[in-house]
Design a protein around this ligand. Structure first.
Ligand code: C2E
Ligand code: MG
Ligand code: MG
Length: 673
């Protein structure tokens, strides 16, 4: 047997194996990430696999185990697969590059022509195979027919067309590495195709397919797929790395108060939450000492903020030097500090430590020649006795510190007799139960606008029409309803009203966003229910944004991922609400199918002035860009805030500066078209 032919055959099998590996790798990546980029790569590599498989098996049945009919069958598999490019190329360009205007129309033409052309080639070749591939009866060699040559010519046109479109689109600015990688891949494919065409036309019959000498085309196909796998892996590795880097940058500004060199409120809430979780499993409990400097405002006003800041720095240092062995110290506000005594659940030892802290602070602080004597008011809480969850602990702590402040220069143990608030809450819950049964709720809508102030969509926000002051806004009554287990009724009411408004009053004018509660989000069948309900109202799901708060997400990330994928599969868009409020880990963002990152209001409202939060806001926008998400910031009240975010490339805006939440009729009047 001819050694070249044998080499061809072995190489073909090897290449098919390599490309099969790439297909398996992309399938796994797609299963994990479900991103469009990986889906597309999976599609290309599957086509490439069919191509090289056809090549390997047709050479096997020609060279090692001659069976002309089988060889022809696999040869056809090989030669039909490039037909898929006529559909894949325009679909890819349309979805991945977000084409607009005339280019979009042109691309649709290419897609239509591609579908027709591919079908025509298959039908014509089935009617008369000689037209596509000719078998030489004497030698069993196979040659290209006129139809095949035309197909190659059109393929070259499609490849060159896609190179031009990639060059013209703005994808390079956003995602250059991936785009250039694909661009080069397409460029090489175009070159090989034109080269083969040239060869076939000018050297005519010498372009017999099998036995075919050196396997140029399959080698090229496998090289293309391997390059693609390199590009895609590299893209994801850099993306992950970027997220990790940003996360460490963000944590350093977010969790630490550089001014006094102590961890801050965010850090305290995170650690407290962890301790609370440990104790739900019946841990030994722990204690907290909250303290607040008395009349610190007077010192600031009389001696200036520079002196005030220096005094606080010295106070923080004194406490770290003297008491850090007893527990962790945090600065949770301007002149508020807290000790977390992890392994100490004894009232007495917490009381002794507090006395020592109070007397230590009474020793004057000397700043720029002046001597300043301070006193503090403190409160001690034993957990879980004085609160089993974060908000209760914080609320009780503030209440207790306030009661110590009435006397000043002293400490109190939290006294559950102070719980007048609880009775008020029970009254409010009863009231709300009545409101639900009487349907005393309406939806207001707050616009989300683009950088020029144009309406993009509107967020549905719940309002209770009962004027009783105990009810308050949704920020007050929703947590109460949630705790009382009545949230499902309210959720259904919101979706019903929002979809009704969309069908009957909004029509196709704009889309809506709806806030999902934890209950809705954790229900695995909710996506299907919502999709069915939307269909009944004639609403396309991609006009509905579902807002999920970051805290709901991180509570159970695996379940969240599954449910999010389900909602996404039903066509809804997904936004992460109040992003940045409770950072835990950012790496989850890479894996979740999110469309919009909605920056928490605190970051917008910290502009201008709070450099730390401005920095975090910038990081979040970078993060959004790195992940290819749209970034929406909410809570704009001042023009400087809009300016800052607009300059930094934020695309979506929401806030009183543009519009307060309005009844639908007013919103429709404000944005008539
Ligand atoms: P959210 O989803 O983060 O909604 C944004 C909140 O910020 C709204 O408060 C809105 O009125 C307010 N806001 C918007 N722009 C500005 C601004 O420029 N300055 C200030 N100070 N505030 C601004 P709202 O309506 O009181 O809602 C509070 C929270 O209640 C919402 O936060 C959301 O988490 C929850 N909520 C509201 N409606 C629903 C609902 O239908 N279902 C569920 N599950 N939660 C809801
Ligand atoms: Mg929201
Ligand atoms: Mg929000």
């Amino acid at each position: 047997m001819d050694n070249t032919a044998l080499l061809y055959c072995c190489l073909g099998c090897f290449i098919a194996g390599t490309v099969f590996f790439a297909v398996a790798y992309f399938s796994f990546s797609y299963y994990r990430v479900r991103s469009m980029e990986v889906g597309f790569t999976l599609l290309i590599s599957t086509l490439a696999f069919l191509f090289v498989l056809g090549d390997a098996l047709s050479s096997f049945y020609t060279i090692l185990h001659p069976a002309a009919d089988r060889a022809m069958l696999f040869l056809l598999l090989r030669e039909y697969t490039p037909l898929a490019s006529f559909i894949v190329i325009p679909v890819f360009l349309g979805r991945f590059l977000q084409l607009e205007g005339r280019i979009k129309t042109l691309n649709r033409l290419f897609l239509g022509a591609g579908i027709l052309g591919a079908t025509a080639v298959i039908v014509a070749s089935l009617l008369d195979m000689d037209f596509f591939l000719k078998r030489d009866a004497g030698s069993d060699a196979v040659y290209r027919g006129a139809l095949h040559l035309t197909m190659e010519f059109v393929l070259a046109v499609y490849l060159i067309y896609s190179m031009i479109i990639i060059l013209l689109s703005d994808i390079r600015g956003r995602n250059s590495f991936l785009a250039w990688g694909i661009f080069s891949g397409v460029g090489v494919a175009a070159f090989v195709t034109v080269y083969m065409l040239y060869h076939a036309i000018y050297f005519g019959r010498s372009s017999a397919f099998i036995p075919g000498g050196f396997p140029g085309m399959p080698l090229f196909v496998s090289a293309l797929v391997l390059t693609l796998s390199f590009i895609v892996s590299n893209h994801y590795i850099t993306r992950n790395q970027k997220v990790l880097d940003l996360q460490s940058d963000i944590s350093s500004v977010l969790y630490f108060d550089a001014e006094v060199d102590l961890p801050n409120m965010m850090s305290f809430r995170k650690d407290l939450q962890l301790e609370l979780e440990k104790n739900t499993a019946g841990g030994p409990g722990f204690s907290l000492i909250f303290f607040d400097v008395d009349d610190f405002q007077n010192l600031n006003e009389s001696y200036g903020e520079t002196v005030g800041d220096e005094v606080l720095r010295m106070l923080a240092r004194r406490m770290t030097d003297n008491f850090s062995s007893a527990g962790d110290i945090y600065r949770i506000g301007g002149d508020e500090f807290v000790f977390l005594l992890r392994n100490d659940a004894s009232r007495e030892s917490a009381g002794n430590l507090t006395s020592m802290i109070i007397s230590s602070i009474r020793n004057p602080f000397v700043v720029s020649g002046g001597s300043f004597a301070l006193t503090v008011s403190a409160a001690i809480l034993m957990v879980p006795e004085h609160g089993g969850d974060l908000e209760t602990v914080m609320g009780n702590a503030y209440r207790a510190v306030r009661s110590a402040k009435k006397k000043k220069n002293c400490y109190v143990h939290y006294d559950s007799g102070l719980l007048e608030g609880a009775a008020r809450k029970i009254g409010a819950v009863n009231l709300l139960r009545g409101c639900i049964s009487k349907d005393e709720f309406v939806l207001f809508y707050q616009p989300v606008v683009d950088a020029g102030g144009g309406l993009l969509y509107a967020e549905a926000l719940l309002r209770c029409t009962n004027p009783d002051p105990r009810i308050g806004g949704p920020g007050d009554f929703i947590p109460l309803i949630e705790k009382a287990g009545m949230m499902k009724d309210l959720d259904n009411l919101v979706v019903r009203k929002a979809f009704y408004d969309m069908e009957m009053k909004i029509g196709k004018k704009f889309g809506l966003s709806i806030n999902l509660s934890a209950g809705q989000f954790s229900d695995p069948s909710y996506g299907e229910f919502l999709s069915l309900f939307a269909k009944q109202h004639g609403i396309e799901p991609d006009r509905v944004v579902l807002e999920i708060t970051e805290s709901t997400l991180v509570d159970n990330i695996d379940l969240a991922r599954e449910n999010m994928v389900r909602l996404k599969e039903n066509g809804f868009l997904i936004a992460i609400d109040d992003f940045g409020k409770g950072f835990s880990s950012l790496t989850y963002l890479v894996e979740l199918p999110i469309d919009i990152l909605k920056i928490d209001m605190a970051f917008v409202q910290a502009v201008p002035g709070d450099e730390r939060k401005e920095k975090v806001a910038k990081y979040i926008m970078d993060l959004g860009r790195a992940l290819g998400l749209k970034v929406l910031a909410e809570g704009f009240e001042l023009p400087e805030q809009v300016e800052f975010f607009r300059n930094y490339g934020c695309a979506l805006f929401q806030g009183y500066y543009f519009s307060r939440p309005l009844p639908l009729a007013d919103l429709l009047e404000k944005y008539p078209s």
